[in-house]
Structure formats: structure tokens, C-alpha cells
Ligand binder design. Structure first.
Ligand SMILES: NC(=O)c1ccc[n+]([C@@H]2O[C@H](COP(=O)([O-])OP(=O)(O)OC[C@H]3O[C@@H](n4cnc5c(N)ncnc54)[C@H](O)[C@@H]3O)[C@@H](O)[C@H]2O)c1
Length: 419
């Protein structure tokens, strides 16, 4: 990854600190420093012009101590093994924070998905699913969408797995289209969870949501949904960005209109959106806007040691995985910026993925209201556990979240023993 940044090393630093705060011996948690299984595959794909291109794909299964491995699949040109290893480990901690019976895994393919046609994406997905077939399954490892993957891709993935298995097997992936076993509420779940965490932290810090100024980096599944829901809660979303740059409006952006525009067609970007009173900003400008709440919801390595001193937000709620580096985090703590960490803030997605999987295994459907209520209950409970742990240990919410997670995994591991 860029500038010597290694997300896996960053994860290890945070893990060691949390273990120290919990008073653990190295023996208690050393296994969490090593993913249980790392798979690398070569994916040959016939392109529309008849040529064959081979893409590198990964699946990392970090910890299966608390349940089947669970985690998304990312299609991005910067995907490499260290990134997937970090994302897999973060999934283990995330599932433990919200106390759902999963371990952590993650997958990725090194590909610029925006350069592939829909048919090429389908062939890539089907071949990748076939290559992973021996190591995944509803009771083994259950993928889901992540950056540049969506419900349609999950549908292809599930179809290929089911064909090889010889029967329909919807529980092998989550985030599927609703008619083939997807769950109501899953599309919005991660963004909804981010909105809930904004609401909870704002309450704790006595910041009224009505009129609170928000900047969101990333206008995809997580950032776009969170921005839209916060807009509906009365927040003023003044800045939003995507890979093509950012937009700013002093009076607040019309998030419903923007999201309708972006989702109307595959590949639409913010640079093509216009409205009266709107100014163009860079992604770095977005992070340093004068706002109350900043939501990084794109990629890792955004709030670095260099950017963090210029951040003006009082609250950062991490929609993305790993958006703040360890160095950036230290600066934010010194400045008194409160950070709701990724493993808690974006856990709404995996929580409703868990509901989808439970519905698939039972061949049963829940109503959307029930799903949203259950999601809210789980996330608020997790928020309070993390908050109380952090207050008691006189530490940050990130450390609090890791302490809750590591303690749960280590306890389960001790009860199981090494076999
Ligand atoms: N989808 C989920 O359910 C889920 C769950 C938990 C965490 N996450 C995490 O949230 C983040 C976003 O995932 P997503 O599912 O919304 O992906 P997505 O592909 O739907 O959207 C990603 C967004 O980020 C933008 N982006 C990409 N590179 C950028 C850059 N350099 N600067 C600014 N914007 C950039 C894209 O243009 C797009 O708007 C990732 O870190 C992902 O791991 C996703």
C-alpha cells in the first residue's frame, strides 16, 4: 500500500495495546496475530474482446474461534494480501464487539472494477467463487459485499456456489438481491448503523443533531446511505465526496436528490452532479471542513498524522474500515476529537448479514421493521458496552471496542482450548 502504510501492522499495534490494557499475557492472544488461513488465487477471465486476463484474488480467514468466518469481498486495484489480512482481522473484532456468532474473514480481487463491463465482472465473480469453493460455505465462510461489489455480484457468487454444490445454497453469501434470499434492510444496514452511532455519540456529548454540520467521505453504500439517513434526522450534510472529488454547500446538500442521481446508472460520479450554490472541493478539503461530525466512509489510510492536525470536527464516526492510521488516531486523541471506531461504527452491515444468514438457514423471512429494531438494539447495546469499558479504563472508544472484542475472543478461545 501507499507510503509504507501497512494496515496489518497497524492492526497488530492496536491489538497489542488492547491486550496490555486487559492485562493479557502474550500466550492468551498470540494466535490473533496470525490469520488461520490465507488463500491466493489466479482468476483467468475472458474479456469482451476475446483476450484472457488473469487477476489476483484473495480470501483470508482470520479467526474462526467464535463462529464461521464472515466478511466482504472487495474489488479494487490496490487490493493486496496485507490489506485483506487486516480487513479480515477487523472483521473478527467487529463480530465480537456486536457479539454475533461469527469469526472474521475477508476477500478481494486486484482489479479496477470500473474498467470492466458487466459481463466481464460476472465472469470474474463466477471464476473467483469457483476457485474459493473448497474453503467457503454457509457453515465455513460467508462472504458479503464491500467496496465495488454489490447485491448483483453476490447473486452471481451464490449461483456459482449453488451449482457446484448441487442445490440452492443461499446462506453462502449475504447482501444478495431480495428475491433470491437477500434480507430486507441489508442494503441500508451499514449506513443505518453509522447513523445510529452518530445519534448515540451526539447524545453523550450533548450535541443536538438538528442542524449539526456533517461531512462524509465516500458516497457509496456506506457513506451515501449514512448521509441520506442523517439528512433525514435533521443534520446538515454540507460536504460529500467520492473518487472523483467532493462537493460542498453551506446550506446543506440535498442528499435524496444526490443519491438518486448517483444510483440511477452504474459508474455515475459526483463530478457529474450539479446544483445551485454548490462548490467543488478535494478529498483533503473534505476531511478538514469546519463541521461538527466527520464520517470517513471510503477507504483506509485517510486520516493520517499529516491530515489529523487540520481536522476541525469534534466527532469522527468511522464508516470505512481503517480510515484513521495509528498516528492519525494519536493526534485526534490529543486534540480531544472523539472517534467512534470502525469495528463498532460500521458493524450494522455484518449484523444484518447475520440476520440474512439466519433467515436463509431457517428458510424464513422477517419484516424490515423487525430487522431495523433488532439492529438498533444490538448496536446500542454494543455502543454502551464500549462506552462503559472506555470510561472505566480511562481510554478511547477505539481501545474500549478492542478491549470488549479481544476479551470475548480470548475467553471463547480459552473455553475451547487448543486442539
Ligand atoms: N458495504 C458494507 O456493508 C460495508 C460494511 C462495513 C464496512 N464497509 C467499509 O466501508 C467503506 C466503503 O464501502 P462501501 O461498501 O460503501 O463501498 P462502495 O464501493 O459502495 O463505495 C465506496 C465509495 O468511496 C469512494 N471512494 C473510493 N476511493 C476514494 C478516494 N480515494 N477518496 C474518496 N472517495 C473514494 C467511491 O467513489 C465510492 O463513493 C469501506 O472501507 C468498506 O470496507 C462496508
Amino acid at each position: 500500500m501507499a507510503n509504507g502504510y501497512n494496515p496489518y501492522q497497524e492492526m497488530l499495534e492496536v491489538l497489542d495495546e488492547a491486550a496490555k490494557k486487559l492485562g493479557l499475557e502474550e500466550n492468551d492472544y498470540v494466535q490473533l496475530k496470525y490469520p488461520e488461513r490465507e488463500v491466493k488465487v489466479a482468476i483467468p477471465v475472458e474479456m469482451d474482446d476475446g483476450s484472457i486476463k488473469v487477476f489476483e484474488g484473495y480470501r483470508v480467514q482470520h479467526s474462526g474461534v467464535r463462529g464461521p468466518y464472515k466478511g466482504g469481498i472487495r474489488y479494487h486495484q490496490d487490493v493486496d494480501m496485507d490489506e485483506v489480512k487486516a480487513l479480515a482481522a477487523w472483521m473478527s473484532f467487529k463480530c465480537a464487539v456486536v457479539d454475533i456468532p461469527y469469526g472474521g474473514g475477508k476477500g478481494g480481487v486486484t482489479v479496477d472494477a470500473t474498467k470492466l463491463s458487466r459481463k466481464e465482472l460476472e465472469r470474474l465473480t463466477r471464476k473467483y467463487a469457483a476457485l474459493l469453493y473448497p474453503v467457503i460455505g454457509p457453515e465455513i465462510d460467508i462472504p458479503a459485499p464491500d467496496v465495488n461489489t454489490n447485491a448483483e455480484i453476490m447473486g452471481w457468487f451464490m449461483d456459482t456456489y449453488s451449482t457446484l454444490r448441487g442445490h440452492l445454497s443461499p446462506g453462502v453469501v449475504t447482501g444478495k438481491p431480495i428475491p433470491i434470499g437477500g434480507s430486507l434492510g441489508r442494503g441500508e444496514a451499514t449506513g443505518r448503523g453509522v447513523m445510529l452511532m452518530v445519534r448515540e455519540i451526539a447524545k453523550k456529548l450533548h450535541l443536538p443533531l438538528e442542524g449539526a454540520k456533517v461531512a462524509v467521505q465516500g458516497a457509496g453504500n456506506v457513506g451515501g446511505t449514512a448521509a441520506r439517513l442523517l439528512h433525514r434526522e435533521g443534520c446538515k450534510v454540507v460536504a460529500l465526496s467520492d473518487v472523483s472529488g467532493g462537493i460542498y454547500s453551506e446550506n446543506g446538500l440535498d442528499m435524496d436528490e444526490i443519491m438518486d442521481f448517483l444510483t440511477a446508472q452504474r459508474g455515475r460520479l459526483l463530478k457529474d452532479y450539479d446544483a445551485p450554490g454548490l462548490t467543488r472541493i478535494s478529498n483533503e478539503d473534505l476531511l478538514t471542513q469546519d463541521v461538527d461530525i466527520l464520517i470517513p466512509a471510503a477507504l483506509e489510510n485517510q486520516i493520517t498524522e499529516e491530515v489529523a492536525p487540520h481536522i476541525k470536527a469534534r466527532i469522527v464516526v468511522e464508516g470505512a474500515n481503517g480510515p484513521t492510521t495509528v498516528g492519525g488516531d494519536r493526534v485526534l486523541e490529543e486534540k480531544g476529537v472523539v472517534v467512534v471506531p470502525d469495528i463498532l461504527a460500521n458493524s450494522g452491515g455484518v449484523t444484518v448479514s447475520y440476520f440474512e444468514w439466519v433467515q436463509n438457514l431457517q428458510s424464513f423471512r422477517w419484516e424490515e421493521e423487525e430487522i431495523n429494531n433488532r439492529l438498533e438494539n444490538i448496536m446500542i447495546k454494543a455502543f454502551n458496552e464500549v462506552w462503559n469499558t472506555a470510561v472505566e479504563a480511562e481510554t478511547t472508544l477505539r481501545m474500549g471496542a478492542y478491549m470488549v472484542a479481544v476479551d470475548r475472543i480470548v475467553t471463547a478461545s480459552k473455553m475451547r482450548g487448543l486442539s
